[in-house]
Design a protein around this ligand. Structure first.
Ligand code: FAD
Ligand code: NAP
Length: 337
């Protein structure tokens, strides 16, 4: 375990905003986590960070910042058809996905190139291209900050839903995620149902795609469509796509005939937050260094020296205008500290 004082966090969050951490603890092994004093973590004062790609730092951290860097990737069981793999919280997510593909284990290919570390994957149940990590998670192992006990949660107890889990919502700030286990397949049977994936595979000249082709297609799509945080600060989608009942969806369709509506079942539908934001004129908007990506209306960007408060204020103006025009309340996706 390493500890130090007064760290500038500009390079520790993908928005690239400035914030100071008064004290920093770097966890480098599971033993480090065992030595943490129970009851010392206070949510709102202290913070855990992985890769910092889903947070907006709106102030300095006066307490302690915990950087989870615990490494480890192992195949725990293999029954010929499926394998149970374990990944420690400090592993780079995309590095882990690439490693599973190299092992000949499949199921994570659609989640290629999502920034951040593995410990944050269950926090918001990361998802992309029609797959969510909860589709494969068997357990999440986490330390309860108040008692110091390590608990293992089966997926059914994690309250996974669209970009959410108990760790992000009901139990926010209560646990330090240490590792996850996931059930992967030895036979490649990738999900290519998401719009755009088949077209990308076609353009690669692949007509019978395996999981590695799908991973490559996802990487190509993401590199082309999403602003790269190393060039322009951002945290990916700033708002979730709102889920509404079908009555609300029908009403909106009658008023705005081109609004994209994805039917989830007979009772619920998902709306495109990006479309509504664009309709309100925000795409490419810039005030000072805080703005909305020209590439993608769902992505707030830091053109250089925006601070967290400016980005937060802009996000509130966007949400307000969407509410005024469509009657829909957008929910933030990144965690605001
Ligand atoms: P951080 O930003 O460091 O942390 C996020 C939250 O989790 C914070 O509240 C933090 O306190 C908490 N946390 C982190 N690690 C731990 C831990 N070990 N224990 C307890 N709490 C912890 N997300 C998607 O779901 N799908 C996408 O396709 C996607 N694409 C993205 C594209 C871009 C360009 C960017 C910048 C972001 C994207 N994201 C996406 C968001 C983000 O990458 C993911 O949510 C990712 O899982 C965050 O990982 P992180 O390590 O950076 O988490
Ligand atoms: P896209 O493919 O242009 O699609 C736009 C939106 O439409 C997405 O938000 C997606 O919802 C929704 N959508 C598309 N097809 C759908 C279907 N068949 N059923 C239901 N919803 C559908 O999206 P994109 O922005 O380029 O992103 C591609 C994928 O990467 C998406 O899955 C997106 O969620 C993910 N991504 C996430 C983040 C993040 O920070 N969370 C950032 C970048 C990309 P979903 O978002 O529910 O898929």
């Amino acid at each position: 375990m390493k500890t130090f004082r007064n760290l500038q966090l500009r390079d520790y969050n993908s928005f690239g905003v400035e914030a100071l951490a008064a004290r920093v603890v770097v966890l480098e092994s599971a033993e480090d986590a065992e030595h943490l004093e129970p009851g010392t973590f206070e949510a709102g004062r202290d913070l855990v960070l992985g890769g910092g790609s889903n947070v907006l730092l709106s102030r300095d951290i006066r307490g302690t910042l915990y950087l989870n860097r615990i490494p480890g990737m192992t195949v725990k069981e293999f029954d010929g058809e499926t394998a149970l793999v374990e990944v420690a919280a400090g592993e780079n997510w995309h590095g882990f996905v690439s490693w599973t593909l190299m092992q000949g284990l499949y199921g994570l290919e659609n989640l290629s190139l999502i920034p951040g570390l593995a410990g944050a994957a269950p926090m918001q149940n990361i998802g992309a291209y029609g797959v969510e990590v909860s589709d494969v998670i068997e357990t999440v192992t986490a330390l309860d900050w108040s008692t110091g006990h390590v608990e293992q949660f089966p997926a059914r107890d994690c309250a996974f839903s669209y970009r959410d889990s108990r760790f992000k919502s009901a139990d926010a700030g209560r646990f330090l995620v240490l590792s996850c286990t996931m059930r992967l397949q030895s036979r490649s049977n990738p999900d290519t149902s998401y719009a755009g994936l088949v077209e990308e595979l076609d353009s690669m000249g692949v007509d019978t795609p395996d999981s590695r082709h799908v991973s490559e297609a996802v990487i190509r799509l993401r590199r082309r469509k999403l602003p790269d945080p190393s060039s322009i600060g951002n945290a990916g989608s700033f708002f979730k796509n709102p889920e509404v009942d079908t009555e609300t969806a029908e009403l909106l369709l009658s008023r705005h005939e081109s609004i994209p509506v994805y039917r989830l079942d007979n009772q619920a539908a998902k709306l495109s937050a990006a479309w509504m934001i664009e309709q309100c004129g925000w795409k490419g908007f810039r005030e000072g260094d805080a703005g909305v990506s020209e590439q993608h209306a769902l992505v707030l960007v830091n053109h250089g020296n925006a601070n967290g408060k400016e980005l937060l204020a802009l996000s509130e103006r966007i949400a307000e205008s969407v509410h005024e025009r469509f009657g829909i309340r957008l929910e933030r996706e990144p965690v605001v500290y």
